[in-house]
Ligand binder design. Sequence first.
Ligand code: NAD
Length: 443
Amino acid sequence: MRITIFGSGYVGLVTGACLADVGHDVICVDVDSDKIARLKNGQVPIHEPGLETLIQHNLAEGRLRFTTDAAAAVDFGLLQFIAVGTPPDEDGSADLQYVLNVARTIGMNMKDYKIVINKSTVPVGTADKVQAAIAETLAGRGAELAFDVCSNPEFLKEGAAIEDFSKGSRVVVGTDSERVKRAMRECYAPYSRLQDKLIFMDVRSAELTKYAANAMLATKISFINEIAHLAERMGADIEQVRHGIGSDPRIGYHFIYPGCGYGGSCFPKDVQALSRTARSLGHESALLEAVETVNHRQKGQLFNKVSNAFDHDLKGKTIAIWGLAFKPNTDDMREAPSRTLMEALWEAGAKVQAYDPEASDECHRIYGQRDDLRLCQHRNEALEGADALVICTEWKAFRAMDFEALRETLASPVLVDGRNLFDPDIVKAAGLRYYAVGRGDSV
Ligand code: NAD
């Protein structure tokens, strides 16, 4: 099939590369000409395991192309995927300007029937707005052309995006058109495993499914963090509690890891957007608002723990941070807990020495050159002259640690572990002051 994908970010690139890899002809279009120039040379601007190889291979095979020429891209594909950003507006609701710009671009340039597929995460009712934007643009140019709009929300996780796209648990398609259903079956047919997992529903239900899924996962995280908070105050160990509850199949182990709060480009904005939509419909969603409040508080916990460990005097202290990305296997720092921590440390007069296997460039892009931030090439370099170590991201390479050496390197032997990577008894036996999440140490 000939497929056009608007937006060459995490979702657009993974979708484009995966669909090209199974034999479709794909054009990815973006407004960012630097990004497109790099992609044409096989340089991938984001870190996503396996993506660069997949893109280079399919570029070489001629099944994947990149362009900034939106008119040619619209003309190319029967399927027009929209995978552009939907960042939060000032009031937290989803900003649809990029999605609607693409809709107008399609309306402006289409010459025959198109199926417009929205993959961006958008509020319920957006498909109607996309439909109206295309219809208005077509009317403006006096064209009478048929088209369909459907919803196909994306559920991939950064860090495992290719695996998730190709072997996901489901493909949700919101449409009531038989023609669209046939086309979407054909699009996903090469993924035989996904064929059985196509779930057709009406457009509004598909749009809500994406928000409901993310809100559910965020709720699980805030739930366990809330219990971790209680465990800390009660002298209980949340890791033992997690095992105790996760073994119940009705609860399960997924997404009940206590930590320093959820971040990334999806959960924070999607929970917020759903909650704002609820409010605009006259419903105060007490649950979603609590999920956000708990997460906000949790992101502040790392700083509170460091601050308490130094009697609230961090002026002149140097804090080592391991892990800047919002989760392992990505360089994405959007809404990362590390940012909340660094900004609070700077406010308190401390310096940061940070190491992340992938996100240093991104950190430099966000914060630029500053005297109170040193980005390190190696995890041990971040420890040089530091008073304490804080772990923000559970990269695999952080799991093995020589605690004796750490105690000798740190000026004050303080280890704050935002991901509960270690056995408290072993860490404490090495002479470190260990502050994890919900493990009976309320500092
Ligand atoms: P992103 O910010 O990484 O990429 C968006 C891209 O769209 C950018 O490269 C931007 O230049 C481009 N763009 C903007 N306007 C354009 C236009 N008119 N024409 C062509 N390109 C244009 O975004 P992302 O993380 O890929 O997310 C895209 C959507 O998918 C969002 O709605 C997001 O919520 C959703 N989503 C993201 C993930 C994820 O893990 N990142 C997972 C599922 C769903």
